[in-house]
Design a binder for this molecule. Structure first.
Ligand code: NDP
Length: 289
């Protein structure tokens, strides 16, 4: 039973049993000698606003939000950060003492930290293929553009969603956006082949969850390429396997998960945790890459 002097947090989703957020946030809190209560909360499909109302009454300090409620998370907030507004989705809610809620989105910052710091990739001047145009892609596309790549191509199974993402890029990408070659492509190897190789290919689709391969040409990959699957915990997915067979380096989304959590932690506690030991501990419990 939590006591009132220990701040309460939860991760909200459906399903939620698989979430590693409680152990990540507890590990961060321990680094600063802090005690927090952090639980998982299964939210009924139509029940997001009702759960938030309950949590207000239970004096929660914050919540992380995952699939499929990141868009609902915007609608319960009185204040929405610029990065959450642009993404149209939030993964971090802060409950204020006056009963109002702040919404933020830390997914983009988490991906950029993982790519540039943990994986040591330079994004400025890079050629990037972003596969997928769902909520995760929306959260990362503007931070990727802000890193000033030379080329940022978005492809998706439903091309109209990729087109909407590139329209968002052109509208909100800031003054330097004209210097980035942005384009939309359908997700099929015939139309992608002519684009040649990429420095970075990011799979932001949920295809790997079901073990599905993506229709990408081998020519996307070379020895210089990093293939990054946002899905984690599934070992070598068909996407990563195809990239590795073509000589590319591979990474999964575990680092992004821990880095977005670190960003949430610093939103709530104004403290920046050390992510490396947490990534190492979680990595040891997952199938190898
Ligand atoms: P959404 O449901 O919003 O979007 C799913 C995307 O995947 C769409 O672009 C969809 O295409 C595409 N897709 C689904 N199945 C297939 C398939 N078989 N072949 C090709 N494309 C497919 O999900 P999210 O964007 O929120 O999440 C996507 C993934 O990213 C999830 O697996 C999630 O776990 C992961 N993620 C990881 C994070 C991390 O920290 N590591 C953070 C956030 C997300 P279409 O538009 O045509 O339906």
């Amino acid at each position: 039973m939590p006591t009132l002097d220990i701040p309460r947090y939860a991760v909200l989703g459906n399903p939620i049993a698989h979430s590693r957020s409680p152990e990540i946030h507890q590990a961060f809190a321990k680094q600063f000698g802090r005690r927090i209560d952090y639980s998982r909360r299964l939210v009924p499909m139509q029940g997001f606003a009702a759960v938030i109302a309950e949590m207000r009454g239970e004096h929660f300090a914050g919540a992380n939000v995952t699939v499929p409620f990141k868009e609902d998370a915007i609608s319960v907030a009185a204040r929405v950060s610029e990065r959450a507004r642009h993404a149209g989705a939030a993964n971090t809610l802060t409950f204020r003492e006056d009963g109002t809620i702040d919404a933020d989105n830390t997914d983009g910052a988490g991906l950029i930290k993982d790519l540039t710091i943990n994986l040591g990739r330079a994004l400025e001047g890079a050629s990037i293929l972003l596969v997928g145009a769902g909520g995760a892609a929306r959260g990362v596309v503007l931070p990727l553009a802000a890193s000033r790549p030379a080329r940022l191509i978005v492809c998706n199974r439903s091309p109209e969603k990729a087109a909407a993402l590139v329209a968002l890029l052109r509208e909100r990408g800031g003054p330097g956006i004209d210097r980035i070659e942005c384009a939309v492509r359908p997700l099929d190897s015939n139309s992608l082949r002519e684009l040649g190789e990429f420095d970075l290919v990011i799979n932001s689709t949920s295809a790997s969850l079901g073990g599905d391969a993506l229709d990408l040409p081998v020519s996307c990959f070379s020895k210089r390429t990093l293939a990054y699957d946002m899905v984690y915990g599934n070992g070598i997915t068909p996407f990563l396997g195809a990239a590795r067979a073509a000589g590319a380096a591979v990474a999964d989304g575990l680092g992004m998960l821990v880095e977005q959590a670190a960003e949430s932690f610093s939103v709530w506690h104004a403290l920046r945790p050390d992510t490396a030991p947490v990534i190492t501990t979680l990595r040891a419990s997952l199938p190898p890459l």
